[in-house]
Design a protein around this ligand. Sequence first.
Ligand code: SF4
Length: 232
Amino acid sequence: MAKSATIKAFPERNRRVDKAEAAERVRKIWPVLKKTYPNAKTALNFRNPLELLIATILSAQCTDVRVNMVTEKAFKKYKSAADWAKADLKEIESDIKSTGFYHNKAVSIKGACKKIVEQFDSKVPCTMEKLSSLPGVGRKTANVVLGNAFDKPAIACDTHVIRLSRRLGLSENSNAVKLESDLAEIVPKKNWTMFSHLLIFHGRNYCRARKPDCENCPIAKHCPAANDPALW
Ligand code: SF4
């Protein structure tokens, strides 16, 4: 089983996740998380699907705050997919440099925009199949765009979603694709996008990677990993 570098292996005694129990746990934690984070949404600033696509590509290994600083300027300069597609690669690199991994990100952005112009009539496509066919666009990025720019149910499995799903006993997988499929079975479809946001907010506020605040966590009574470092 593939493992993220930041995710510890689930101990053997808890490897098997009972789907019915996991679905019941989702039902119990959902209202608590909704109440705790009533304004949960993506922290990336965007006005249209193209801007969210670019911002999400830039957000890899970078904070949302930094991405927003970079895109505030960049979106004034590059207003369409064609603008990005025809721009000089070095110039894009320079404009996005502070987000890190700027060469690869510039290649992805330019390549994705070129394909959007040439094959999708200059519009960001709104299906998983087409979005994930764009250079540099993986399933997670596609799900962020589908869920937040197109209002389609989508589970974006970032590091928080993976970590919390495992601690909460919702999936034993650390592979993002398998974990997304596990969550899709136990979370009602209409809640997919918001459930990702809630786990991300909870991961930032209580269930942090190194030192989760189980003492004050509002869903601790439903969590099999509460106060058990062996399960973090
Ligand atoms: S009880 Fe602890 S491990 Fe469980 S969700 Fe809360 S902070 Fe995370």
